[in-house]
Design a protein around this ligand. Structure first.
Ligand SMILES: NC(=O)c1ccc[n+]([C@@H]2O[C@H](COP(=O)([O-])OP(=O)(O)OC[C@H]3O[C@@H](n4cnc5c(N)ncnc54)[C@H](O)[C@@H]3O)[C@@H](O)[C@H]2O)c1
Ligand SMILES: O=C/C=C/C=C(\O)C(=O)O
Length: 501
């Protein structure tokens, strides 16, 4: 381990200056083809990453299949569950390594890595290990035409080999959110983290190894999407299911690639999430909560709010208060305890977000705050930072209102009537999440089910219970995960009917 000096407080980042390898069949596997893992704080190289070839992906699929048919597939639920708890223990034992690696790859704040990303990585394993070992079954007693009885009961089998393709915004959290239930019900998995965030997945492979997960039950392949590991997995005939989190367009590409083999698919995709704020809401809580929902992780959470609708009588005060919150955010070195926001994930994403900042101006927006790049006068000026940005004045038809930006930006518009707010919130190709801020409980109950999304938060945002259904409608996803929905997606129920006489 070597110190990485991106900030004032150097942190030890595992594998700094080394190579992150693939993990296949219980062994770390190198590759001649490599790519650089870049720190978005200053554009410096953290380490090199071994890109998995088609041949390495084939080997991972073979190893996974052998694991399903071998020790892993035959293991009792209690034993498998105990091993997954050991994986959670392993993440917690190397907590500081995981935090440092996640911060270096993403530039996210220490507070967020320590309080959200890494704890959830461990929690995902614990929750799904427990759920799988206490899973309820299905049984029906059936009356037959001849006056006798039959007993129908379902047994759940794993799907087999599951590919998990993950994005860069919450790297460990979102990878383990799918790996944990898939493994808990007995599948062998092949993890494909984003090319922008390969580090915590590699640490997870080390933890899996140390925990004694049988060879082939967990595999890791590094690489990109098209013509690389992502595509190799999606079209591989030896893979039974692909579970994916990322952009809606990528979901479409994976669906096409998976079509020939008719694989099971579960997609958590993009969002253009609305917040509806009524005049009767607790004003300070609504401002505070909306600031969080817009700016957390630099707006790079699929659940982040990008469209804010505020009842007209409090609209001017709300715009002023959210502006104050945005301008008070501390954009700084990720390692500093008081940093609220680091850089975006990459220069490429910075350019995309900045192009929307420009587009907003071209579309006639008034920029309430932000709209550009902060200047530091040090090497962070080579990083991927942008200013938190608030817009007003755009028509609802503007591209900036319709398209997902995935940055620290929102547009605020006034509304007069409840039905108008619901209609504006629903006027989107996406349908992931919405927040409603009101102290009128009847109103909350009335409008929440009218919103065309998978998740509504009332007087809160990103308050998670891992047992609840999670996913989106429209362009925001296919299927639901979370709790029993995850267990169901990752297993194949088989009905057995026994005639009793
Ligand atoms: N709904 C959710 O739960 C959720 C959660 C997080 C992020 N997201 C969405 O993810 C996006 C940001 O993440 P991103 O930029 O990493 O997404 P992305 O779609 O670019 O990449 C996600 C993953 O897919 C891989 N990939 C890319 N092209 C592929 C292809 N053709 N075949 C197979 N794999 C391919 C990438 O290498 C990466 O591992 C945003 O749109 C965000 O809203 C959604
Ligand atoms: O960026 C998207 C965030 C998704 C969050 C989850 O899937 C979760 O909290 O389980």
């Amino acid at each position: 381990m070597t110190a990485i000096t991106t900030g004032k407080t150097p942190r030890k980042t595992p594998h700094f200056g080394g190579v992150l390898n693939n993990y296949v069949g219980g062994e770390f596997v190198a590759s001649d083809k490599r790519f650089a893992n870049i720190n978005p704080v200053d554009g410096s190289e953290i380490n090199q990453v071994a890109e998995a070839s088609a041949e390495v992906v084939d080997r991972a699929v073979e190893a996974a299949r052998a694991a399903v048919e071998g020790e892993w597939g035959k293991m009792s639920v209690a034993h498998r569950s105990a091993l997954l708890h050991k994986v959670a223990d392993g993440i917690e034992a190397r907590f500081d390594d995981f935090v440092a690696a996640e911060m270096a790859d993403t530039g996210k704040s220490l507070w967020q890595a320590e309080n959200i990303d890494i704890p959830r990585g461990a929690a995902n394993f614990r929750v799904f290990a427990d759920m799988a070992s206490s899973r309820a079954g299905e049984c029906f007693q059936t009356e037959t035409a001849d006056g006798q009885q039959a007993l129908n009961y379902a047994v759940n089998k794993p799907l087999g080999v599951v590919a998990v393709i993950a994005p860069w915004n919450l790297p460990l959290l979102l990878l383990t959110w799918k790996l944990a239930p898939a493994m808990a019900v007995g599948n062998a998995v092949i993890a494909k983290p984003s090319e922008d965030t390969p580090a915590t997945a590699t640490l997870l492979a080390e933890v899996m190894h140390e925990a004694g997960i049988p060879a082939g039950a967990f595999n890791l392949v590094h690489g990109f999407g098209p013509d690389s590991a992502g595509e190799f997995l999606s079209k591989h005939s030896g893979i039974d299911a692909v579970t994916f989190t990322g952009e809606s367009r990528t979901g479409g590409a994976i669906m096409r690639a998976a079509a020939d083999n008719v694989k099971a698919l579960s997609f958590e995709l993009g969002g253009k999430n609305a917040a509806i704020i009524f005049a009767d809401a607790d004003f300070d809580a609504a401002v505070e909560g909306t600031a969080k929902s817009v700016f957390t992780n630099g707006g790079q959470v699929c659940l982040c709010t990008e469209r804010v609708y505020v009842e007209r009588e409090i609209y001017p005060q709300f715009v002023a208060a959210l502006k104050q919150k945005a301008e008070a955010l501390r954009i700084d070195w990720p390692e500093d305890e008081s940093t609220d926001m680091g850089p975006l994930i990459s220069h490429e994403h910075q350019q995309k977000v900045l192009s929307y900042y420009q587009l907003a101006k071209d579309e006639g927006a008034t920029v309430v705050t932000g709209g550009g790049v902060p200047r530091f006068g040090d090497r962070r000026d080579d990083g991927a930072f942008v200013q938190p940005t608030i817009l007003i004045g755009l028509p609802e038809t503007a591209r900036c209102i319709k398209e997902e930006v995935f940055g620290p930006i929102c547009h605020i518009a006034p509304f007069d009537r409840e039905e108008e707010a619901v209609a504006m919130a629903n006027d989107s190709d996406y349908g992931l999440a919405a927040t409603v801020w009101t102290s009128n409980l009847s109103r909350a109950h009335r409008i929440a089910p009218q919103l065309e999304v998978g998740i509504v938060w009332v007087n809160s945002w990103y308050l998670r219970d891992l047992r609840t259904p999670f996913g989106g409608v429209k362009l925001s996803g296919v299927g639901r995960e979370g709790g029993v929905h995850s267990l169901n997606f990752y297993s194949e129920p088989m009905n057995i009917c026994i005639k009793l006489n």
